[in-house]
Design a protein around this ligand. Structure first.
Ligand code: NAD
Length: 494
């Protein structure tokens, strides 16, 4: 059944009198899934107005920790109740396997509960060594209205790495989900209303980046823009924000390396490398799609990797057995196939996949098989650029120094992995990998208490952890004089 949505502003659905809508068809089989309102600047103004009014009323930011925390936990319970519905929407709209979509809903719930717990201990400082008669307080205040602009690959997780933390800090939010995958953002905003969170706290305006995103990220009443998406759009947002010193946090692209040393548990490494390549069809900012493998074990490792890649279960998003599903849309599939053609032209050797799947029911969608290139060198575009598909490049190294140099030879710095049984090597190499996250003998782990974000062009700021909450606060220093104040300018006193 097709779902029809309008915007969610100030605690209710907006009028359905929109002439323009955006239709979302399944990337896996083409059927119509949903329609969203194609928002414009007026919709954004309305949503920002509602968020600002609530913020200034202090009806949310002024609540004690206990009440905010309870309200967020009630919201988490409703999201949990609706897990299956939300997972299905996420799987259908993104074209991702339902089992991964369920895990994504689970992660979102954890983030709400964790942020609800953090509210109890938002830190501050008191300084009583400023002199006998003075006290200094360092407090944290909510920044205000936060614009949250998120991508299509993990619509819920990318949103929930921001939203509960911002609410915990006392901010209100205007969300612009991707126009391809807006369903779950709208559903969770509605659930927040059901949980009793005040109207205006969470607003969702759907539409394109140019019509909605640009207005939202340049709106004078928006105190902070929290953006997740491509480095290209992130730079635009940062440039706009610089004009009036608006606060920004940016979670951007990546090109993660998986460094496999000869002394690693190679069985585990095979599994981790394949998982890091195919999770979410490779449409994953932390995807580990540059395999760097030590010379002596490279040939045998790649041979076994290719065998395993052939066994990956490709299927429709709602198929419980499916491990790899459809890419997000035709244009993106073409871009992934173009990169595969570029890899061949650049002289890399294609050893697995490399094709769109055209047979059977999968032929209706945008399915690309797990693709592996060997003989990849650092100057090749497939080594340097974010492909955002299930495409792994393989390069070899012969020393620890060479491995580190190759891993860091990228403008990105989001996540990297390394595989070795040598503890000293694991620690020393992990310290020299220039990325916000390093996975040792594992890949793509997440935990709400561990901050997430990028070095270099992978972003600015951190999400999750206490740091993730503090991003949504401003620091204030308050000096308090106790007792009668002696004038600093005595000759001016009558
Ligand atoms: P994108 O940058 O094209 O779009 C992201 C969001 O920005 C969308 O909602 C889009 O509509 C909006 N947007 C586009 N142009 C805009 C503009 N001019 N002003 C304001 N908003 C605008 O990214 P995408 O294709 O949706 O997502 C894929 C990218 O996201 C990849 O590069 C991936 O690495 C990155 N990503 C990063 C993380 C992370 O946490 N670091 C997580 C997921 C995805």
């Amino acid at each position: 059944m097709t779902r029809h949505y309008t915007h969610w502003i100030n605690g209710h659905w907006t009028d359905a009198s929109y002439l323009e809508t955006i239709e979302r068809h399944s990337p896996a089989h083409g059927e119509l899934l949903a329609s969203f309102s194609a928002g414009n600047a007026e919709d954004v103004d309305q949503a920002v107005g509602a968020a600002l009014e609530l913020f200034e009323s202090r009806d949310w930011s002024g609540l004690p920790a206990s009440q905010k925390s309870r309200a967020l936990n009630e919201w988490a319970a409703l999201i949990e109740r609706d897990t299956e519905k939300l997972a299905r929407i996420e799987a259908e709209e993104v074209g991702k396997p339902i089992t991964f979509a369920r895990a994504e809903v689970g992660a979102a719930i954890e983030m709400v509960r964790y942020a609800a717990a953090l509210i109890w201990q938002i830190p501050g400082e008191a300084h009583n060594h400023l002199g006998e008669d003075k006290l200094g307080l360092v407090t944290r205040e909510a920044r205000g209205v936060v614009a949250m602009i998120v991508p299509w690959n993990f619509p819920l997780v990318t949103l929930f790495q921001k939203l509960p933390y911002a609410l915990a800090a006392g901010c209100s939010a205007v969300i612009k989900p991707s126009e391809l995958t807006s369903g779950t953002a709208l559903e969770v905003a509605k659930l927040a209303g059901e949980a009793g969170l005040p109207a205006g706290l969470i607003n969702v305006v759907t539409g394109t980046g140019t019509a909605v995103g640009e207005r939202l990220s340049t709106h004078p009443d928006v105190a902070m823009i929290s953006f997740t998406g491509s480095t290209q759009v992130g730079k635009k947002i940062a440039a706009n924000a610089a004009k009036d010193m608006r606060r920004v946090s940016l979670e951007l692209g990546g090109k993660g390396a998986q460094v496999v040393f000869a002394d690693a548990d190679l069985e585990a490494a095979l599994d981790g490398v394949l998982f890091g390549t195919i999770l979410n069809q490779g449409e994953e900012c932390v995807a580990g799609t540059r395999l760097l493998i030590e010379d002596g074990v490279a040939d045998a490792f790649v041979e076994r990797l290719v065998e395993r890649a052939r066994k990956v279960a490709i299927g429709m998003p709602l198929d419980e057995e499916c491990q790899l599903s459809s890419l997000i849309h035709e244009g993106h599939m073409r871009s992934v196939l173009d990169y595969i053609a570029i890899g061949k032209e650049e002289g890399a050797t294609l050893v697995a996949g490399g094709e769109r799947i055209t047979e059977g029911e999968l032929g209706k969608g945008y399915f690309v098989d797990t693709t592996i290139f060997t003989n990849v060198t650092p100057e090749m575009r497939i080594f340097r650029e974010e492909i955002f598909g299930p495409v792994l490049t393989v390069s070899t190294f012969s020393s620890v120094e060479e491995a580190i140099r190759l891993a860091n030879d990228t403008e990105y710095g989001l996540g990297n992995g390394l595989w070795t049984k040598d503890v000293d090597k694991a620690i020393q190499v992990s310290q020299r990998l220039r990325s916000g996250t390093v996975f040792v003998n594992t890949y793509l782990e997440t935990a709400v208490q561990m901050p997430f974000g990028g070095f270099k062009q992978s972003g600015v700021g951190r999400e999750n952890g206490l740091e993730g909450l503090l991003e949504f606060t401003e620091l204030k220093s308050t000096f308090i004089k106790m007792g009668k104040r002696e004038p600093v300018l005595p000759n001016t006193v009558d």
